[in-house]
Design a protein. Structure first.
Length: 209
C-alpha cells in the first residue's frame, strides 16, 4: 500500500490528467447521446414519415425532393447527416432513383448507405443486383442476388429477388441454376407475387413436374 502511495504521488499529475480525460470523454458521450443525438433522431424520424408515405404511393419525385411543407429524402440526408434516419434515407433515395431509371445516382446512394444492422441489408444487395443487370454485368448481378435471397424468413424481398436471380441465370445460360431458383419460389413462397407465374417459367425451361 505504501509503495502504491509513493507511486501515486510520483505519477499524480499524469494519473489525474488521464482520469479527467476519461471522465470528460464519457460525459461528452452521454451528453451527445441524450442532448444531441436523441432529439436529432426523433426530429429526423418525424421528417421521414411524409417522405416514406410518398415513397409508398410511388410519388417518387415528392419522396426525393419533398413538398412545400415537408423535406424529401435528399434534404433529410443533408439536414440530419450522421443520423440513422439520414442513413436510411440513402436507401430510399437509391430505390427511388432506380425506379426512375437513374442507376448512376442509385449506386451513389447505395454506396453511402450502411446497411449493417438494418432491415435493408439484403434488399441493398438486391438493388445492387438490379444496377449490375442494367449495366449487363450478369455475373456481379448474380452474386448480389444470391446475397439478397439469403434470408429464408423474408417472404417479401426474398421471392422477388429469387425471380430476378433466376432470370439472371437464364441470361447467363445457367439453366440448372435458374431452375433451382424457380423451384425455391415454387416450394417456399407459392403465395408470393413471384410465385404466380413460376410454373410457367419452369415449363419454359422444360420442367413439367
Amino acid at each position: 500500500m505504501e509503495k502504491f502511495s509513493v507511486l501515486y504521488e510520483e505519477k499524480k499529475k499524469s494519473i489525474n490528467t488521464a482520469l479527467a480525460v476519461i471522465v470528460l470523454a464519457v460525459g461528452g458521450f452521454f451528453a451527445y447521446k441524450y442532448l444531441v443525438a436523441g432529439p436529432k433522431e426523433e426530429k429526423a424520424a418525424l421528417k421521414m414519415m411524409r417522405a416514406e408515405q410518398y415513397y409508398a404511393m410511388d410519388s417518387l419525385n415528392l419522396a426525393l425532393n419533398g413538398d412545400a411543407a415537408n423535406p424529401g429524402f435528399l434534404r433529410i440526408i443533408k439536414q440530419f447527416d450522421g443520423s440513422a434516419n439520414a442513413n436510411l434515407a440513402h436507401y430510399y433515395a437509391a430505390s427511388c432513383y432506380m425506379k426512375m431509371g437513374d442507376s448512376k445516382s442509385a449506386l451513389k446512394h447505395l454506396q453511402d448507405f450502411d446497411a449493417h444492422g438494418t432491415i435493408f441489408e439484403h434488399p441493398k444487395a438486391g438493388l445492387l443486383g438490379d444496377i449490375y443487370m442494367e449495366s449487363n454485368d450478369t455475373k456481379k448481378a448474380i452474386d448480389q442476388y444470391k446475397t439478397a435471397t439469403a434470408d429464408a424468413d423474408d417472404d417479401v424481398f426474398t421471392p422477388m429477388y429469387l425471380q430476378r436471380l433466376a432470370i439472371a441465370y437464364e441470361k447467363s445460360n445457367q439453366t440448372d441454376e435458374a431452375i433451382k431458383a424457380y423451384k425455391r419460389i415454387r416450394d417456399e413462397y407459392p403465395r408470393s407475387p413471384s410465385g404466380r407465374d413460376v410454373e410457367k417459367a419452369l415449363a419454359q425451361l422444360g420442367v413439367l413436374d
